[in-house]
Design a protein around this ligand. Structure first.
Ligand SMILES: [Cu+2]
Length: 96
């Protein structure tokens, strides 16, 4: 018997909320946005300056949370996943 299940697909999109520290202006948010979008497998990025958060939608088959975090760090900002207990660290600003 054939059953069509629309939920059963090869899509493994994850949405992760990252705490980003060190952002102080719109240039910072676009730096972080571009850094995250440059990671292969990232489908969508939404960075909030006021909240200090980045919402990232990504394919967990192509990338990982660690890669997202290192992309933010390479851009010069501190990052922390909201589901870990690590302390956030600020590393300065694009306009410093
Ligand atoms: Cu800035």
């Amino acid at each position: 018997m054939f059953v069509f299940n629309p939920m059963e697909r090869n899509i493994t999109m994850q949405t992760e909320l990252l705490k980003v520290t060190g952002m102080t202006c719109g240039g910072c948010t676009s730096n972080v946005t571009h850094a995250l979008k440059a990671v292969s497998g990232v489908a969508d990025v939404n960075v909030s300056l006021s909240a200090g958060e980045a919402t990232v939608q990504y394919d967990e088959k192509q990338t990982s949370l660690d890669q997202l975090k290192s992309a933010v760090k390479e851009a010069g900002y501190g990052v922390d996943a909201t589901n870990t207990t690590q302390k956030p660290e600020g590393k300065g600003c694009c306009c410093g």
